[in-house]
Write a protein that binds this ligand. Structure first.
Ligand code: C2E
Ligand code: MG
Ligand code: MG
Length: 702
């Protein structure tokens, strides 16, 4: 025990007392082993000022001082326990000294204060000292623990006055413990509901009232003394004394502002598009579902505008994704700016946006909005040094007419959007029932088209091209057909667009090329007066890096002389960057195949490529031929094109010749060749073989 470090001090001028104390020390095991003895208060005071003592026995009646004052003067200099000694009549004075902080008193009974009373007093001090130290250690341990945990701890008495705060609680409330003690809890610990900003119920009151542990209300915010707000989370529990009586409560709380900010951020991310920060599909679905139930109650309508940018893919491919992304952001900002606050602009991904108009009284309102959006998107977008033009196609569906739930409305608006695309893009279309049947059909065809090659459902029909002077077959065009398992023979117009959209055209094109070469080779092998075969090439095929290789491989595999192959490319196919097109055409030309421009006159490109590219023939689009008899302008165009082609030394072939009059006009205009129902419809290979055999195509007036 540490008390042995310090001595016991006796301040007394009675030598008998010194002796008795000496004897008592020898008799006790605990407590100090040595004792110092002085006779006056002044020497006692000197002694305690020099060195700590374990305890003091002080006679209140000394030569240099008498009464309670003796105690008071010593007390000033030491915190050690002081036991006062008095005469038999001095009990009152001793009691006063006790009130002033004396530890105990010993009175002279019939004799002097004996060793027994000293020993009892020493034991008493020792016991109290042990208890005090234990209590101190316990308290110290609790204090250190409470201050080293990350949580804030605050306690109150039973009437809700603060009794304690640890350092974290001090920091979080802004109240130092010393100052807070005694204040009402509601003053020190002010909590509000983070969402409503209304005062939150105080958990401490509940813990005391119901005598149980309670959690804080969800979304609880603590207001610090300086007004700073902090999201917190935690619980309160009642405190009991040894008898189980409620004496107060303790709240443990901690800062959850980071976690709460993170969860807010996470839930934002889950419901918004990262690129544009617009609501994503999930949030759109929620809002649309809400808008529908509101409209049901209010008997009004909801409109869904499905917007898809026209030609976005081209911009993305040619200028790069980062420009594409910026364009999407610019479109997002424009769209957001042109709707009402109550409406929602969302991005589903890619270049698809959906605008939800939550309160619509007339369908015309949706049309106005669609019109506005189209105009806004069309305005030039300045992105870096680029000035980009883009248009949008919009499909509109409305609740309740076109669907009663979010999914149906979005799906139908999407379908209507496809019709807007087919309608020339840069416009909007309202959903109609028939559209959805077409959409289903589109979808079915698409899935069946995937198996068309492995199920060998494709075939080629052949249509001759006729020399208009001599009537002989000059060449033949191979036209693809799909023998659909459940339907009639399908024409290219019924499935080629889907093949292009899905990329299936690449496989189909390869098959056509190979089959046309194989068939021509077979006719040659059969000794027929075979003619070159023309194969149509789509833009996707022409741009694919393996195209040239594919042509070479088809010729090689079928052992066909390249002279027997002609490729028909439309103007739009050639409208790619001129350098790429020129070099691709040069390479094809170097192979020895012939090149023709199909549907000439329908594209928008300049005529310059006619001189720049190594082209053999022009196929005048059938729309001109159909109108030559009725439309003077078309007649002029046809004559001009024929003359121009001749001067450039290109063969010119008129497509879609159906009547004797058209034929006569073309012959008079000096057109070289013609193709059309007037001579022959596209026919199956065995029928075409017969035409070759006869070496006649049709009746051509000479
Ligand atoms: P195109 O290359 O302009 O082919 C001529 C189209 O006009 C053929 O339609 C043909 O049947 C039709 N036609 C021929 N004579 C007449 C006529 O006197 N009057 C009328 N009204 N039409 C006539 P088809 O077979 O439906 O092919 C349509 C288009 O599909 C073709 O136009 C071509 O661009 C494309 N196509 C056909 N086969 C293939 C192919 O294997 N690959 C690719 N990429 N496209 C093909
Ligand atoms: Mg063609
Ligand atoms: Mg054509």
């Amino acid at each position: 025990m540490s008390s042995t470090n310090h001595n016991l001090l006796l301040i007394d001028d009675d030598a008998r007392h010194a002796k008795a104390l000496e004897a008592a020390l020898i008799a006790t095991n605990d407590g100090p082993s040595e004792c110092e003895w002085v006779r006056t208060l002044s020497s006692g005071r000197e002694r305690v000022a020099q060195k700590k003592v374990w305890a003091v026995f002080l006679n209140l009646f000394l030569p240099d001082n008498r009464g309670v004052d003796t105690f008071d003067r010593l007390r000033l200099l030491t915190t050690a326990p002081i036991v006062v000694l008095g005469g038999v009549d001095d009990e009152d004075i001793c009691k006063t000294a006790m009130l002033h902080g004396a530890h105990d008193y010993l009175l002279e009974g019939r004799g002097h204060v004996d060793s027994y009373s000293f020993a009892r007093a020493i034991r008493n001090i020792t016991e109290r000292e042990v208890a005090r130290r234990e209590l101190f250690t316990e308290k110290e341990r609790a204090e250190v623990t409470l201050n080293s945990i990350g949580d804030a701890v605050l306690s109150t008495d039973i009437s809700g006055n603060v009794t304690y705060l640890n350092v974290v609680a001090e920091a979080m409330t802004g109240w130092p413990c010393k100052e807070a003690v005694g204040h009402a809890l509601t003053e020190v610990f002010q909590v509000i509901d983070g969402a409503t900003h209304r005062p939150a119920p105080n958990p401490m009151e509940l813990a005391i009232q119901e005598n149980r542990t309670v959690g804080l209300t969800a979304n609880c915010t603590l207001i610090r003394r300086d007004g700073h707000e902090c999201a917190i989370e935690d619980r309160a529990a009642p405190i009991h004394d040894r008898d189980g009586q409620l004496t107060g409560a303790v709240i443990v709380f901690h800062d959850v502002s980071m976690a709460r900010a993170m969860s807010v951020e996470m839930s934002h991310l889950a419901r918004h598009d990262v690129l544009t920060d617009l609501p994503n599909r999930f949030l759109l679905n929620d809002r649309l579902t809400q808008a529908i139930s509101l409209a049901r109650r209010n008997q009004n309508q909801v409109a869904v505008l499905f917007l898809d940018l026209d030609g976005f893919k081209h911009i993305n491919d040619s200028l790069g994704h980062s420009i594409g992304d910026k364009l999407l952001q610019s479109v997002a900002a424009r769209l957001s700016a042109c709707v009402r606050k109550s409406d929602t602009v969302s991005r589903l991904g890619g270049d698809e946006f959906v605008i939800l108009l939550s309160e619509v009284w007339h369908a015309a309102d949706a049309a106005i909005s669609a019109d506005k959006s189209i105009t806004e998107v069309k305005r030039v977008h300045s992105i870096g040094e680029h000035r980009l033009h883009v248009t949008a196609s919009i499909g509109i569906s409305t609740y309740p007419k076109n669907g009663e739930d979010a999914d149906t409305l979005i799906k139908n608006a999407d379908t209507a959007m496809y019709h807007a695309k087919e309608n020339g893009r840069d416009n909007y279309q309202f959903f109609q029932k028939e559209m959805s049947l077409q959409a289903v059909e589109h979808h079915t065809l698409e899935s069946q088209l995937r198996y068309v090659l492995e199920r060998e459902e494709l075939l080629l029909h052949y249509q001759p091209k006729i020399n208009l002077k001599r009537g002989a077959i000059t060449s033949v065009e191979a036209l693809v057909r799909w023998q659909h398992p459940e339907r009639d023979l399908l024409l290219p117009g019924q499935f080629l667009a889907i093949a292009e959209e899905t990329g299936l055209i690449l496989g189909i094109g390869r098959w056509v090329l190979h089959e046309a070469c194989r068939q021509t080779r077979a006719w040659l092998d059969a000794g027929l007066p075979a003619v070159p075969v023309a194969v149509n090439v789509s833009s996707l095929e022409f741009r694919s890096e393996h195209f040239l290789e594919g042509v070479r491989a088809a010729l090689k595999k079928t052992d066909l002389d390249p002279r027997y192959l002609e490729l028909e490319l439309t103007e739009t196919v050639l409208m790619r960057p001129a350098e790429f097109t020129a070099s691709a055409l040069e390479q094809l030309k170097a192979l020895g195949v012939r090149l023709a421009i199909d549907d000439f006159g329908t594209g928008y490109s300049s005529l310059s490529y006619l001189t720049r590219f190594p082209i053999d023939a022009l196929k005048l689009d059938q729309s001109f031929v159909h109108h030559i008899m009725a439309n003077a302008n078309d007649a002029i165009v046809v004559r001009t094109v024929i003359r121009m082609a001749k001067s450039l030394k290109h063969r010119i072939i008129a497509e879609g010749v159906e009547t004797q009059e058209q034929l006569a006009f073309l012959q008079a205009a000096g057109c070289d060749e013609g193709q059309g129902y007037y001579f022959s419809r596209p026919v199956a290979s065995h029928q075409f073989a017969k035409l070759l055999q006869a070496r006649i195509a049709a009746t051509v007036s000479k």
